[in-house]
Ligand binder design. Structure first.
Ligand SMILES: Cc1ncc(C[n+]2csc(CCOP(=O)(O)OP(=O)(O)O)c2C)c(N)n1
Ligand SMILES: [Mg+2]
Length: 1048
């Protein structure tokens, strides 16, 4: 009904005379129409026109467009109707039935009625409407009855239970889907079959003909929509895109494949099939997650790459799960076969550092000539963990980065392809998160081609138990991506849809999905018995001829190749495999470096090692500090009105700069600005990061008078600076952190930061943290310098906004708690090199500034986890002088006490080691109690790798002091479990270490502000109560209690 109303509304603005004068292209006319006001909307009731209803709206629309092109295109009755409507006929008055027309004008005054009598006009209109609806029904639902399943056992029930599966349902389903038949819904009968109908402009089945007999219309629609390709696209909102797709599937003969293409296709099918057979022969008891049952995946991918290469793409980044991965490496990326085969030899020694990964997770990077396009194409397959779909956003991030560095603003040269399993595609939420990044300005990769290996099973689970939607691909509908379902046992159909998918991306730069409906010939892996759980399916599969076999027979029958040629091709490939196998026997060691997906040319030396083991000063000049400070405090464009509150903030910044001081936001500004000035790209992404969750950052200024006019002062630092990207992300952690990790992978010369809104939200991205960030280098010898900014601090805001869960990050650090590392000259940097990631909790803006700059100035890359403050953002004492940021200064891994305690260390009774914001609370309390000479408070700014050397120095400096670890977090959380054994190691376990902090608890923090404050006071009391001696234990029960007891 809504559609009908808009159609009627659109009638008003153009007059037939205007239209006749300029027989506009339908598209131009439509484009124009979209902008005009629907003046008739209020006064035209669709119900007033008796023949206008929901089902006829398409037809009316078609008639209207045809009439706009030329009034003679349509029947006279329509001409009259449209003219009357355009002339402002009142509701119900625009339509004139034919008899009155013959007697003269019965229309509204001043409207000349035209045309003659058509005796059966009602029936004619009805039949045309029916045919129009029928065509549309095929377009919308043809895929319901397309022959997509090679096994012919799946059944998608679009009405009730969305997805059923199994033999018993097949016939029932087919009956239900007969609504497309002529004698069903549309009121057309056998006798209409030979009647000729005018075709609407929303179909291309006519080719050069504008009318066809109904019989032929149905035949052509069946050919287009109900064979081995099921096109799902009518949900797309954009008319041009729908037309584009119709044209590519409806035009008669459009799916034909050239002879030469068929031969190439056969050669690819041979490679795909014989590769798996070869592995099966040589390593029959090894898991390889073979492709059997979906061999056409290889030609599918190759077609997408050929086609994209022809349209200018020269870099393809792929992400894929286990299924068929080795085959993709061998036959798409073209990894040397011997490199793949030697992965099956577990006795080979690893040559590089790291613990490595199983062969079906490894990544790869390769540049080669594409034979079809004759152009060089670089392909990288990203390494990934077992966690299905986790790699999706990572691939997107890396693709975005490559596009960014190459200035490929529309994705014409760099593209991504993502492969999915049917169960994972439907089940994993990160798929949805990734789709929702696909059209966001700072995250779009301008269209991804998704290929689903839909083998109708996930491990042992049937689709009916694995998803609530008819297809595994339904998630893609949210972003209006067309979905091409195709029977994977028809390689030609597969090739065609892949071509169209690549063309779609090239034309619209939007996502598209190819759903390869196939089966899995073996169990989940080659060792698995599928008959336990899918007995009938697997009986059927056993009877199923291999696709290569049937396809070769077909091409031989067609005379495309001879039997001899086919057999020779098979023999040739088998020989290639055998020869590579023989060569693989000569390999003595495995080089993980050969499996790098993102090499950084020039960053390391030729052996792949860092060029030095030192880090220069991370300070900058006074002049630079002043200049960046000035930018941070100004609005560097003309006539730009900012909010009054922001003016105050900027004024405050200017004041600080004049006093040579930085608060947290300014410290960050200095770090980013100086890196940008030095040509290093900085990208900060996360929820609400542009302003900052705590309203402290304001990196994007908004004009208060002009909508969407913004200013990014950070991009006004110097004319030859690198660009700064700061982008509010979608409300996702898993997807967005994965994306930024991928972005950081692409180049070492960028500071890429992801900020969690509050630190605890990182746990919805845990998979990226565990599987990629903390362990990525060990598994895949791949460095990554991503920075995680995690707001953290117990401030009485309740359990969910307090803790970034430092304990989790620290538990995953790989430094040995019990071993004091050798004290070499390059101790601090070597420790960083050896660790899996760095964990810091800075207490000053200067140190935050240094640690960010250190990320780039180090000769290698490591992930940085930084717990960042909330209340410290505005704390009067949490300010740094420019002096602490000048050239020659460094990041301080530990900040010693600088007061009276340090001046007279011999009389100090207690050293309190702590980290982060609690330092300010401890020193305030110490001051209140006038204990500055008795107690030294030492800050660990870098928690991991643990500054063994500096902690030992502090312990030795105060020989008579108790050693206390104080934290505001609960005892089973925070840093305690991590620092405890390490502090002990620094003193060779000669001095006890005491704990002052909250007791153990299940939740990170209390929800009650008063309880929070009481707990805080108690923990400060216990930290500073010098009377409490070892062995007295806890001061009270419950999680809120403060503890002070020895650590043994
Ligand atoms: C996030 C995640 N959960 C569970 C698994 C364990 N798992 C490995 S493969 C698999 C089935 C995947 O089915 P599908 O996506 O259809 O791919 P197929 O194996 O059929 O190709 C499961 C459950 C996993 N790897 N990742
Ligand atoms: Mg599956």
């Amino acid at each position: 009904m809504h559609r009908l109303r808009t159609t009627v509304a659109r009638l008003r603005p153009l007059t037939a005379a205007q239209a006749a004068k300029s027989p506009a292209q339908p598209r131009t006319a439509r484009a124009g129409l979209r902008t005009v006001q629907p003046r008739r909307q209020q006064n035209t009731s669709a119900s007033a026109e008796p023949f206008l209803n929901g089902t006829s709206s398409n037809y009316v629309e078609e008639m209207y467009y045809a009439w706009l092109e030329n009034p003679r295109n349509v029947h006279q009755s329509w001409d009259v109707f449209f003219r009357n409507a355009n002339a402002g006929a009142l509701p119900g008055a625009a339509y004139q039935s034919p008899p009155p027309l013959s007697r003269g004008s019965q229309g509204p005054a001043g409207v000349q009625a035209l045309g003659g009598i058509q005796p059966n006009v009602d029936k004619l209109v009805e039949d045309h409407l029916a045919v129009q609806s029928l065509i549309r029904a095929y377009q919308v639902r043809g895929h319901h009855i397309a022959k997509l399943d090679p096994l012919d056992i799946s059944c998608v029930d679009f009405d009730d239970t969305p997805c059923t599966f199994g033999y018993q349902n097949v016939e029932v389903c087919k009956d239900r889907l007969r609504s497309l038949a002529v004698e069903g819904f549309y009121g057309l009968t056998e006798c209409d079959l030979d009647k000729v109908f005018r075709l609407p402009t929303t179909t291309f089945i006519g080719g050069n003909e504008s009318s066809l007999p109904l019989r032929e219309i149905i035949r052509r629609l069946e050919t287009a929509y109900c064979q081995h390709i099921g096109v799902e696209f009518m949900f797309i909102n954009d008319m041009d895109q729908c037309q584009w797709i119709r044209q590519r599937f409806e035009t008669p003969g459009v799916v034909q494949i050239r002879l030469e293409e068929k031969r190439t296709l056969l050669a690819r099918m041979i490679r795909s099939t014989r590769f798996e057979e070869f592995l099966q022969r040589k390593w029959s008891s090894e898991k390889r997650f073979g492709l059997e049952g979906c061999e056409s995946l290889i030609p599918a991918l190759k077609t997408i790459i050929d086609q994209s290469s022809e349209s200018g793409v020269d870099s393809v980044i792929l992400g894929m799960p286990h299924r068929g991965r080795l085959n993709v490496l061998a036959n798409v990326i073209r990894k040397e076969l011997e490199q793949i085969f030697c992965q099956f030899d577990s006795k080979l020694e690893a040559a590089d550092e790291g613990s490595g990964d199983v062969k079906y997770h490894l990544g790869m990077y390769h540049k080669r000539m594409n034979r079809v396009s004759d152009r060089l194409v670089t392909m990288s397959l990203m390494a990934n963990p077992s966690h299905l779909e986790a790699v999706d956003p990572v691939v997107q991030g890396k693709t975005k980065a490559e596009q960014f560095y190459r200035g490929d603003a529309e994705g014409r040269r760099v593209m991504s392809i993502l492969l999915h399993g049917d169960a994972a595609f439907a089940g994993q939420g990160v798929v949805y998160e990734t789709f929702h990044l696909s059209d966001l300005p700072s995250y779009t990769t301008h269209g991804t081609v998704h290929v689903v290996v839909n083998n109708q099973i996930g491990f042992t689970t049937d689709p009916r138990m694995a998803r609530s939607s008819p297809y595994p691909t339904d998630v893609a509908r949210v972003v209006n991506a067309p979905i091409f379902h195709v029977n994977a046992d028809d390689p030609e159909a597969v090739m065609y849809v892949c071509k169209v998918a690549a063309q779609w991306r090239n034309a619209f730069h939007k996502d598209v999905v190819v759903d390869l409906v196939c089966y899995r010939r073996n169990g989940h892996n080659e060792m698995d018995e599928p008959m336990f759980t899918q007995p009938l399916m697997y009986k059927k599969i056993r009877q199923q001829k291999g696709v290569l076999h049937t396809f070769a027979e077909k091409l031989i029958d067609e005379g495309v190749v001879s039997t001899q040629e086919y057999e020779e091709e098979v023999a040739t490939y088998d020989r290639i495999c055998e020869e590579a196998y023989a060569r693989s026997k000569d390999e003595k060691i495995l080089h993980s470096r050969h499996w790098l997906d993102s090499p950084w040319p020039g960053f390391f030396n030729l052996e792949g090692q860092p060029k030095s083991m030192s880090c220069p000063s991370t300070g900058i000049s006074e002049e630079e500090l002043g200049h960046i400070g000035h930018i941070a405090a100004s609005v560097p464009v003309e006539d730009f009105t900012i909010h009054a509150g922001l003016s105050r903030i900027l004024k405050g910044r200017a004041n600080m700069v004049s006093q040579r001081l930085c608060d947290w936001a300014l410290g960050e500004y200095m770090a980013f600005g100086s890196l940008l000035k030095g040509g290093v790209h900085v990208r900060l992404s996360g929820q609400d990061v542009e302003r900052g969750t705590f309203s402290h950052r304001h990196h994007i200024l908004h004009d208060q008078n002009v909508d969407k006019r913004i200013c990014v002062p950070m991009n006004h630092i110097s004319p030859d600076q690198a660009p700064y990207t700061v982008c509010n992300s979608s409300l996702s952690e898993y997807g967005v952190l994965g994306f930024e990790l991928g972005f950081a992978m692409s180049s070492p010369n960028a500071l890429v930061l992801w900020e969690a809104q509050f630190g605890d939200f990182h746990n919805t991205a845990q998979c990226i943290i565990d599987q990629f960030i903390s362990s990525g280098q060990a598994k895949w010898v791949r460095h990554n310098g991503i920075v995680l900014l995690l707001p953290h601090g117990m401030e009485g805001m309740g359990p969910e906004h307090s803790s970034a869960r430092p304990e989790r990050f620290l538990q995953m650090c790989n430094d040995d708690p019990d071993v004091f590392p050798p004290l070499t000259e390059d101790f601090a940097v070597r420790q960083l090199y050896d660790c899996n990631w760095m964990v810091v909790n800075c207490s000053t803006p200067a140190n935050y500034f240094h640690v960010l700059r250190r990320q780039i100035l180090l000769p290698f890359r490591k992930p940085l986890v930084a717990f960042t403050p909330k209340s410290l953002l505005r704390h009067p004492e949490a300010k740094s002088s420019f002096d602490d940021m000048l050239a020659g200064t460094h990041f301080q891994r530990l900040i010693p006490d600088q007061g009276p305690a340090a001046d007279a260390p011999g009389s100090v009774k207690r050293i309190i080691f702590c980290t982060g914001k609690i330092y300010y609370e401890l020193t305030r309390e110490r001051k209140n109690r006038s204990m500055e000479g008795d107690v030294a408070v030492v800050r660990l700014e870098q928690l991991s790798p643990f500054p063994f050397d500096l902690v030992r120095a502090e312990a030795e400096r105060y020989p008579a002091a108790d050693l206390v670890w104080c934290q505001e977090e609960h005892k089973n959380q925070g840093y305690y479990e991590y620092v405890k054994p390490r502090i002990r190691t620094t003193t060779n376990r000669t001095r006890p270490v005491w704990y002052a902090g909250r007791g153990p608890a299940a939740a990170p923090a209390t929800g009650n502000k008063h309880t929070h404050l009481t707990e805080l006071q108690r923990l400060l009391d216990s930290a500073l109560d010098l009377e409490v001696k070892p062995g007295t234990g806890s001061r009270g029960p419950g999680p809120g209690a403060a503890h002070l007891h020895t650590v043994q």
